[in-house]
Design a protein. Sequence first.
Length: 196
Amino acid sequence: MESGKPQLVVISAPSGAGKTTICKKLAERNPDFRMSISATTRPPRKTERNGVDYYFITRDEFQKRAINGDFLEYENVHGHFYGTPRQNVEALLKQGFTVLFDIDVNGAVKIKKQFPEAILIFVRPPSLEELKNRLRARQTEDPQEIERRLQRLPEEYAKSVLFDYVIVNDDLMATVAQIEDIVRQHQRKERGHVSH
């Protein structure tokens, strides 16, 4: 498996488009990739574990940490706060890992401002119908919550123009392979710029 200069790879998508699954597959298949684990104030879903999927913290703790500058970016999404712990990301980069972010569009844009070399990838579902089916199928949100998530689509699609790449996820493994290619191309370019 080739690996190159550590990259920041930000993957954003509407809820249900598959960004978390894509990130997990990328990390499984590439030993030099690691997931950035976000902190959130939302309650865990049945299958989620603290420190693995998210750091689940109280609103008070989140606000204290935000004031202290502990987050690279944070955002209120669907009524809950999500943030990227700065220390973890810096530690992974120092160790030579490419860091994957599974965050919303606004968080992605904030990361790009701080790290212009970050690769921003927006993942679209094949269709609105398919997205609704995926959200219902995962049975983790009630109908109002699903509606709230769908109401964000126009904003998310509008922001996707700020991304480096837009990919349609109609086949999971093809999407994963496409993202791997993008990252490796960037790494090869970076290697080419090294002066000897």
